[in-house]
Each structure stands twice: as structure tokens, then as C-alpha cells.
Ligand binder design. Structure first.
Ligand SMILES: [Zn+2]
Length: 338
């Protein structure tokens, strides 16, 4: 089958494009004929090998949609032909955390397209519990465009205990995860302050639900104070990491929280202990998402309350161009069709 694989760390051109053996489903797996796969920043980080170092070779592709082509011996054969999309988080499905829908706390936590091969291929092998029925009316491209970003954003906002009426400062609002957070925070009734360095996107972010858009950097604190009547933000939604952490913390109000769900620009930052102590701040880590977060966003997506903005659809064979586009900072999802 045709596949795009990370064989070594490096720029987009190092991706391998070619024929690889078709996977065979294990007893509790399904084999999915992939129709569309979303490109996430995670795919770029895995290929670069700087923030994360996974064993190679690996096929990326956490968000995918397609139809079940074959099943393992312990999976009902009626599932063959089912239209599905992938739940991004791998977990045992049986422990107390998993049964509560908190898969991201499972001891067997993993991510599709990182821990095991993902959807940059004609066929992918998934644990059967990760093949989730695609809601009627959702096409392949839509099905491959929201799982990872929206579920992660929902998990982070839940971890950050965002309440209606609170103000939330969302970093990287021009990217996939930030965009999802803007929509979900708006749905939660929060006052959204989007952080984006691309001023050309201000109108689009306001239309998606942001009350104000601020630029990252030295002038950000004044802009946040102005947007919050001098208080600062109740919650900072942080995933950019080293480049923004210090400013994110400084922008918080008394009793503010910072939820950290990613470290795109690096994992070391200064922590102002005096601010943590005197402003009673909380720094909360959040890894991945749980099935209950995915269920919540699926329900919102099926009702049309949130809409992943698809910027471009390209064939899988143009994965190199897709990675370059995302590196340049395109607004919205890039989806590859297979
Ligand atoms: Zn578990």
C-alpha cells in the first residue's frame, strides 16, 4: 500500500513516500481503509525530533476517517463497512480511569500516530475501541479534522476549570488547538482573549467567538489588562511552551490558573515564584484527552456548534507540501485525502 512515513528526523523533504506492507489486524483490532487524514502540529514535531523523540520508522496521522475493511477475531464482523473516525488517545479501556472516561490518566496511555502507526497510509490498524462511528452527515474530511485538537482543547479547559463569565487567554489562537479552544470557551460562556501574532486573522477570530485579540510579546500584558478591566485573565490556555509561558503566567488575575497542554517551542521556562505565591496561582498540566472529552466535542460538532475550519485539502502524496504549509502558519486545518 502507499504510505508516507517518518524514517529519520529532519525537514519535510525527509519524509518517505512509497510502498509499505499493508498491516494485519490483531485479535482486538480493526483495519481501516483511510479516506482522509488531518495534519497536526504533532506530526511536524515527531518528524523534527527536537521536542519529542519517538522510535522510527513511524507513520504519523492521529486524526483519520475511513471505513472498516477487516476486523480481528474478537471484533464483531458486522463492523466491516462501518464509517469511522479515530479516537486519538490509546488506553486500556478497562481500568478505573478509562471507565470514567479519563483515558489520558491510564497507565497504558499512548497516542495514535505516535505510539503506534497512524493514518498517513491507505490502511491503518487500530484498536477496535479507537474506531468511533462517524456521525451521519459528517464527511471524511470533517471526520479527519477535529478529534485531536478539539478533544485536547476540551480536556485542557476542563482541567483549567473554566467557568461561564470567566476570562480565558488562549495562546496560539491561529493554530488548530487554539482555534478549537476559542470555539469551546465561547460555547462555555467565557470571555475569550485570543493571542495571535497574525493581525490579518483578527476578524476571523472575533467571528469565531473571541472578544479581543492580542499580540504575544512585551505589549501583551497591557492589552490583557485593558481587555479584563485591569484584573488579568482567570485562565491561561498554554501549549506554546518556552516562548510564552512567562508572559502567560504574568497575565493572570488573582487566583488565576494556567493550564499547560503542550510545549511546542521547548520545555524550559522561568517561573516567577513571587507571582505564584502572592497571586495564589495554579499551574496545571494536562496530557492528551479522555473519551469523555471526545464525546463532548463530538456532540457539539454533530450539532454544528463547533466547526473545524478546513483551509486546504491535498492528496496524501503531497504530504511534504502540507507540512511546509503548516510550518508557515496557515490558518485552519490541512487535510490529506487518501
Ligand atoms: Zn486504562
Amino acid at each position: 500500500m502507499f504510505a508516507v512515513r517518518i524514517d529519520r528526523y529532519g525537514p519535510p523533504e525527509t519524509l518517505f513516500l512509497g510502498e509499505v506492507p499493508r498491516p494485519v489486524p490483531g485479535p482486538y483490532d480493526v483495519l481501516v481503509r483511510v479516506r482522509a487524514v488531518g495534519v497536526n502540529r504533532l506530526d511536524l514535531l515527531l518528524r523534527e525530533g527536537e521536542v519529542f523523540r519517538i522510535p522510527l520508522p513511524r507513520m504519523a496521522g492521529t486524526d483519520l476517517a475511513g471505513e472498516i475493511a477487516a476486523v480481528g477475531e474478537h471484533v464483531p464482523s458486522e463492523r466491516i463497512g462501518e464509517r469511522v473516525f479515530a479516537a486519538p488517545i490509546l488506553a486500556c479501556g478497562q481500568c478505573a480511569h478509562c471507565l470514567r472516561g479519563d483515558d489520558n490518566l491510564c497507565a497504558q496511555f499512548g497516542t495514535l500516530g505516535s505510539t503506534i502507526d497512524g493514518g498517513y497510509a491507505e490502511y491503518v490498524r487500530l484498536p477496535a475501541r479507537n474506531a468511533v462511528p462517524l456521525p451521519a452527515g459528517m464527511d471524511w474530511v470533517e471526520g479527519a479534522s477535529f478529534g485531536l485538537t478539539y478533544a485536547t482543547a476540551a480536556a485542557m479547559l476542563r482541567r483549567g476549570r473554566l467557568q461561564a463569565g470567566e476570562s480565558v487567554l488562549i495562546f496560539g489562537a491561529n493554530g488548530g488547538l487554539g482555534h478549537a479552544a476559542v470555539e469551546l470557551a465561547r460555547e462555555a460562556g467565557a470571555r475569550v482573549i485570543a493571542v495571535s501574532r497574525q493581525r490579518a486573522l483578527d476578524a476571523a477570530l472575533i467571528e469565531r467567538g473571541a472578544h479581543a485579540v492580542v499580540e504575544p510579546g512585551a505589549g501583551m500584558l497591557d492589552a490583557v489588562r485593558e481587555a479584563t478591566g485591569g484584573r488579568g485573565a482567570d485562565l491561561a490556555f498554554e501549549h506554546v511552551g518556552a516562548a510564552t509561558f512567562e508572559h502567560a503566567l504574568a497575565a493572570l488575575a488573582m487566583d488565576g490558573r494556567l493550564v499547560l497542554g503542550g510545549i511546542t517551542t521547548g520545555s524550559e521556562a522561568k517561573l516567577d515564584l513571587k507571582a505564584v505565591f502572592t497571586k495564589r496561582l495554579e499551574v496545571l498540566g494536562c496530557r492528551g484527552s479522555g473519551r469523555r472529552d471526545l464525546d463532548a466535542v463530538l456532540e457539539l460538532a454533530a450539532r454544528g456548534r463547533v466547526n473545524p475550519h478546513v483551509a486546504q485539502v491535498l492528496p496524501l502524496a503531497q504530504a511534504v507540501q502540507a507540512h511546509r504549509l503548516l510550518e508557515r502558519g496557515v490558518y485552519g486545518k490541512i487535510v490529506l485525502t487518501v
